[in-house]
Design a protein around this ligand. Structure first.
Ligand code: ADP
Ligand code: TRP
Length: 327
């Protein structure tokens, strides 16, 4: 199966980005053809400071590699290294009704938050569809918030296929994971725009501090507690083994354990994951040439597919001249 996904380099990555997106990407690199990219055309909608944009893009690459992406298995690349994506986005925009984009909930949410709408933000789902369709991807692992975009991608593949009279694009399927919505330290959805995140690569003391400040209710230490409504437990179960989860659940229900103890356990399982990753990231930071080589190699692999699919799309649309001036 060809698996594709992307992460916008629009800020420091946090635990919910990992649990809701990146962890699945890394798991799926085994036994599949993985294509993962930094969506830096997308993040242009929010990041307009050039040096910062370069740094954030590099940071997401470092995060992927430090968390376990293996470049000998999956291709890791920058979206902007595949210019065919923007060409396909244009072609898709010619067969897509404006009404489809008017229904995009993530656009509506952003407008409701007072973000002023650029055409880039409005056209976001078309660019995202092009990202997916340019590689004839089979599976797109994403969080719940992106499912509507995948459904729109399926629609757009259908529009173009119908318009040209053949299956030039492949219909992809979304793949959701168990981390439905990871809470932040205040109990709302963890998101960088709410300032409630536990970042992946803070110094260890800071991560522990953030975990110790997770909001809990005021059930006394001795009383039984409900793991199903506890923010600490909601994150713990995503990081701990099934045995560890069952053991902590039992202690919640029995009573006699305070939330402080549960937070300490959460900090320990988080450190088990993040400690080695932090070390790995330090090593990668000291070797920028290696990271650049990984990204160039990833782009070469991805572009080989994209140029072929794009040639087929041009042909199907009556845009191919017979002379290959694009390579
Ligand atoms: P943020 O809300 O911090 O800006 P993004 O919107 O950039 O995060 O999210 C990138 C990806 O990380 C999303 O597509 C989603 O899959 C995942 N994600 C983000 N926040 C959460 C969350 N609280 N729970 C689960 N997954 C999340
Ligand atoms: N929109 C995704 C997000 O904000 C990022 C993204 C861009 C993406 N292109 C994609 C995800 C293609 C999957 C496939 O999280």
């Amino acid at each position: 199966m060809r698996v594709l996904s992307g992460i916008q380099p629009s800020g420091k990555l946090h635990l919910a980005n990992y649990l809701g997106a990146m962890r699945q990407h890394i798991e799926l690199q085994d036994g599949n053809e993985g294509l993962y990219f930094m969506a830096n055309y997308h993040s242009l909608n929010t990041i307009q400071d050039a040096p910062r944009h370069l740094e954030l893009t590099r940071d997401v690459a470092l995060d992927y590699l430090a968390m376990g992406l293996d470049p000998s298995k999956a291709a890791l690349f920058r979206q902007t290294d595949i210019p065919e994506v923007t060409e396909l986005a244009w072609i898709l925009s010619t067969v897509t009704g404006k009404g489809l984009l008017d229904r995009a909930t993530s656009y509506k949410d952003k407008i409701a938050k007072g973000i002023s709408p650029s055409m880039g933000l409005f056209n976001y789902p078309i660019l995202m569809a092009a990202d997916i369709l340019i590689y004839r991807s089979d599976i797109v692992p994403v969080g719940q918030d992106q499912v509507q975009h995948i459904e729109m991608t399926q629609d757009m593949a259908g529009y173009l296929n119908r318009s040209v009279g053949r299956e030039v694009l492949k219909r992809p399927e979304p793949r959701l994971n168990e981390a439905f919505i990871v809470p932040g330290i205040d109990g709302q959805k963890m998101s960088k725009s709410y300032g409630n995140t536990i970042d992946l690569f803070d110094p260890p003391g800071q991560t522990r501090k953030r975990i110790m400040s997770i909001k809990t209710d005021s059930t006394p230490v001795d009383a039984p507690k409900n793991p199903d409504t506890c923010n600490v437990f909601a994150i713990y179960r995503l990081l701990a083994t099934p045995e560890e989860t069952a053991a902590l659940e039992e202690e919640y229900r029995r009573g006699g354990m305070g939330y402080g103890e549960a937070k300490k356990r959460l900090a320990d399982v988080a450190e088990r994951l993040l400690g080695p990753a932090r070390e790995q990231r330090e090593k990668l930071m000291a070797d920028p040439d290696y990271v650049e080589d990984v990204l160039c190699d990833g782009a070469r692999r991805a572009r080989a597919i994209a140029t072929e699919v794009m040639a087929d799309v041009r042909d199907a649309c009556g845009l191919a001249t017979g002379k290959d001036t694009h390579r």
